[in-house]
Design a protein around this ligand. Structure first.
Ligand SMILES: C[S@@+](CC[C@H](N)C(=O)[O-])C[C@H]1O[C@@H](n2cnc3c(N)ncnc32)[C@H](O)[C@@H]1O
Length: 272
């Protein structure tokens, strides 16, 4: 298992547990991605790093029963959940595969590739995006959302800063390495896509204000984010101190129980 596969094997189980919350707050991002892909009924679309399938489902409503919406992901737990949800919804033309998008081969070309936060984790992004370009027909469309830099997303930095005094190694995000903020630099994204053979690359800010509660904010901070693995081996007392410090740091971002979980992203489009 590669490092990333091992990482997502664990993190994928957290995303399964928090599927309802993540889908609720990131719904505007899925909508923006699918809109940008300009999908038509009867088309075939691939959702990369599909997780539990929210963007695949949003795409499938556009491609319809005559089309194909295929989600691929390296997390077995998330693919299993996506398949279960597809079965429950009875949505036609949808399928999910456990596959590494960097190397997977696809029998028939897609009209479009979409992704909500699923393309920043490739160890060799140029090779991965070249592989994805081979998966679309000539002129096929790419549309994905990725995060802008942590400083533009202060709610991701505040919990790490609050927890730092209690951790032996303070956590920090890396902007140019595979990971959540790996595509924060738009020049890097443009370079990667161009080297991989994509054309007509456009990168535009996508800002969404996601309404949530204080509990949502805490869950995202200590359960979904990088504090979760960092606290795994930490004793109960110290963990409680971290939770209290994070709660105190986040309190100013909540008013009457409501928090605005703003997301500063890039919406990236290109043509194959
Ligand atoms: C931040 S999550 C986003 C999941 C989903 N798109 C969503 O928005 O709910 C990133 C996803 O990318 C998947 N992923 C990471 N590297 C991958 C790869 N090489 N091939 C396929 N999926 C990958 C992870 O397993 C994870 O489900």
């Amino acid at each position: 298992m590669t490092d990333m596969a091992a990482y997502w094997d664990r993190a994928g189980r957290v995303w399964v547990e928090q599927q309802a919350l993540l889908d609720r707050i990131y719904a505007p991002v899925a909508r923006a991605v699918v809109e940008a892909a300009d999908l038509r009924a009867g088309q075939a679309v691939l959702d990369v790093g599909c997780g539990s399938g929210a963007t695949t489902f949003a795409a499938a409503w556009r491609t319809g029963p005559e089309g194909r919406a295929i989600g691929v992901d390296i997390s077995p737990a998330l693919v299993e959940l996506a398949r279960r949800r597809a079965g429950e919804d009875g949505l036609e033309g949808v399928a999910f595969e456990l596959a590494d998008a960097q190397t997977a081969t696809f029998a028939t070309p897609f009209d479009a590739i979409v992704s909500r936060f699923g393309v920043m984790f490739f160890p060799d992004p140029v090779a991965a995006f070249a592989n994805l370009r081979r998966a679309v027909r000539p002129g096929g469309r790419l549309a994905f959302a990725c995060w802008r830099k942590p400083e533009d997303n202060p709610l991701s930095l505040i919990p790490l800063a609050a927890a730092a005094p209690f951790l032996s190694t303070p956590l920090k995000y890396e902007n140019d390495a595979p990971g959540r903020f790996g595509f924060a630099d738009p020049d890097r994204v443009r370079r990667i896509l161009a080297e991989a053979g994509w054309r007509k690359i456009e990168i535009a800010p996508l800002d969404t204000a996601m309404p949530g509660t204080f509990e949502d904010l805490m869950t995202l901070s200590v359960r979904v984010g990088p504090l979760n693995p960092a606290l795994a081996g930490v004793d109960e007392a110290r963990r409680a101190k971290v939770h209290a410090a994070v709660a105190e740091a986040l309190a100013p971002y909540v008013e009457n129980g409501a928090a605005s979980l703003d997301a500063a992203c890039w919406l990236v489009t290109a043509e194959g």
